[in-house]
Design a binder for this molecule. Sequence first.
Ligand code: ANZ
Ligand code: ZN
Length: 834
Amino acid sequence: MPKYNPSKIEKKWQKYWEKEGLHEVRTRQLRSPFLKTGEGRKNFMLLVEFPYPSGNLHMGHWYAFSLPDVYGRYLRMQGYNVMYPMGFDAFGLPAENAAIQHNTHPKVWTKKNIAQMTKQLKSMGAAFDWSRKVETIDPSYYKWTQWIFLQLYKAGLAYRAETKVNWCPKDKTVLANEQVVAGACDRCGTEVVQKDLTQWMFRITDFKDQLIDDIANIDWPEMTKAAQINWIGRSEGALIEFSLNEPNKAIDVFTTRPDTLFGVTYLVVAPEHPLVDSLKGKIENWDEVKKYIDQAARKTELQRISDVKDKTGVEIKGIFATHPLTDEKVPVWVADYVLAHYGTGAVMAVPAHDERDFDFAKKFNLPIKKVILPPALTHIYQNIESKAAGAPTELRIESECYTEEGELINSGQFNGLSSEEARKKIVEALKERGHGNFQRTYRLHDWILSRQRYWGAPIPMINCPQCGYVPVPEEKLPVKLPPLDDYLPTDEGKSPLAKAEKWLQVKCPKCKGPAQRETDTMDTFVDSSWYYLRYADPINDQEFASKDSIKQWLPVPMYVGGAEHNTMHLLYSRFITKALARLGYLEFNEPFAGRRNHGVILDSTGRAKMSKSKGNTVDPDAEVAQYGADSVRMFLAFMGPYDQGGPWDPKGLIGIHRFINRIWNLFSAHAVTVKDDPSEDLAIEINKYIKELGEDIRDMKFNTAVSSLMKLLNVFEEKSHTLGKPDLETYCLLLAPFAPHVAEEIWMNVLDHKESVHLQDWPKYSEEVIAKESVTIVIQVNGRFRDSIQVQRGLSEEEVKKIVLEREKVKEHIGDREIKKFIFVKDKLTNLVV
Ligand code: ANZ
Ligand code: ZN
């Protein structure tokens, strides 16, 4: 056998697989006589996040796609009919900005990159089903993006309204809240400003409770679930009304802590609160208040939240509120630490128990009244004086603010209750007086989906001077994006599509009068919120996917991707699925039953993320040219736990390359000469690794799986004279998901098979054989090592205990003391506590 030469064998097998249609999931006619049909095999769509066509494939793509490929190949060998689809998320700001930078039209730029990246993706040797490729810029795809928009519009789930928006002055477009990170544009880093604009929105808030509650039923990483729940931000609290010294005027506040009601020493309204303006004539210091409000309007929401310590505000003189239970007078302030768009835009301030209120009260010398006693203090407090006598409460918590729960003090009839009990009782008392009720609030806002940019799917609406907004009739879809040479964004917040004069002018579908098309395009997150549905039926021009194909493939059993999508993309996809389910188009309401996040690849120092902007990238093409795709894949697998990523270690890659060479050499040396029956000496080892490797791949512990392959190779080399052909075959099958090319070369050309290794089943193992293996059990007495025994793997606690108690050394150490506890870790350890 010649030397291992990856560049020679990899291309060859890639061509062969493509010709044979090995990776195409078909239910009808199969091209290859070798292919097993889909019949009787369980369908499994293995989804990865389709890339946007940035230009070249980077190592991160390899990490994101080649390891799920290992998983998919394993499932295939387990008898699943695995679909591993690929596509391009090709509309959107990143693509458009890159095109502008390179002075190329976005369409030309995108198409060129798709061609380049497709070629690179093919070099990975992954089992992508290219016959199902979707591109979001293809009119046959965005026809259905527009169709989905229309269904949501008709159901009242898409609407147009004026709203405060995040505006990126550099990208000259609106951004969703999710696209603003620390006050800056997620795409270009420019500081975002607030503007009032009329925009198209999706009513995602209609599903806010379901989006939280249904999370319990899906198999996702806990951190992703937590991120979504946190993003939706449901707070259980109360709405409390404080009447004012103006007839028929009141301030409603939202609070999560009605138990602190007796600690209210002032109220605060947001600068934008409508009440301020309506009381203009009654406010004694109007000029001062007005000046403050104007100043606040110039800050972004984020600046306002982040000015933590240095709080600003002005008292509204001449206006005061009445405490709903004590009837005390409460001053009213305006301050920008209260946000206009959360809760009611007004808060009851409890400086003794809320940090923000505390800072504010300190700064402006407002009274601080403690009403919650920390549990740790309750005990001391009870001992010092009787609670009933109204003991002083300034007990050592003089200067700090206690924000946790506790026991109520200084709260009249509610004294002595726990925070939890008090919340119920106080709100009930308020309810009786007509001054409050229980209330939930949410942080989630509706999804602003319109963009004032060229490179997106046009929103399929027509604006008629007579009829208002009218949907484009479905049979007229798609509304194609007009070709435009001048596609640059404009400063006035108008979409460049307004420049496509001919395209713009249409007849109103309703009154047939002259009208104009909507010129905004859709956020790319709309495109990507449903692409997995399209994979089920990618060329259907009658439906986004047929009912039957949806039933066959969806919901997605496993979606592998990056943790950066914890909120936006995953939340939007869940919303679109729920909306389509409500409208009767889907029979499930969670798109992704399983989800796993992968980590990121760091540079060789292990300190920084590998990224173009940092100039520390490794070009996969170059590594593949030198070491082969199999080495790169296997090195990535070996790098570390998949959900954590790890540093790129050039030496590690060379090490893996040598390992593959060793495999190659072992097969070259023995394949022809070996006997036909399997090695008896190695039976236990082989059975054990078949089992462990499979379980590791199933759990995406690719690194330990590779290390098992290494250990198994060591034993093979040691006992090579005992090897039989079945042993070599087994090794080749275990290798196949990781190094598909080498495995195929060995399978077909060395072991001389006629049917691809990738059409074989995962080897079977026997628990019985594995159980014959002996293991070393450590014996401790009171936690100290005293002895060890060799026993058969899998012995029960009872059996091991019997053996242990018979040991001389153990008897010696126990003496006549009584055994209090027998700690047992199967196949590993026992510890006798005496
Ligand atoms: C009184 C109080 C006492 C509060 C206390 C907290 C602790 P979450 O949990 O995030 O929903 N709040 C309400 N509306 C606000 C707004 N528009 N801008 C800024 N803060 C606002 O937060 C709810 C709490 O945040 C509410 O409960 C309110 O302060 C404040 F010991 O009311 B609390
Ligand atoms: Zn009309």
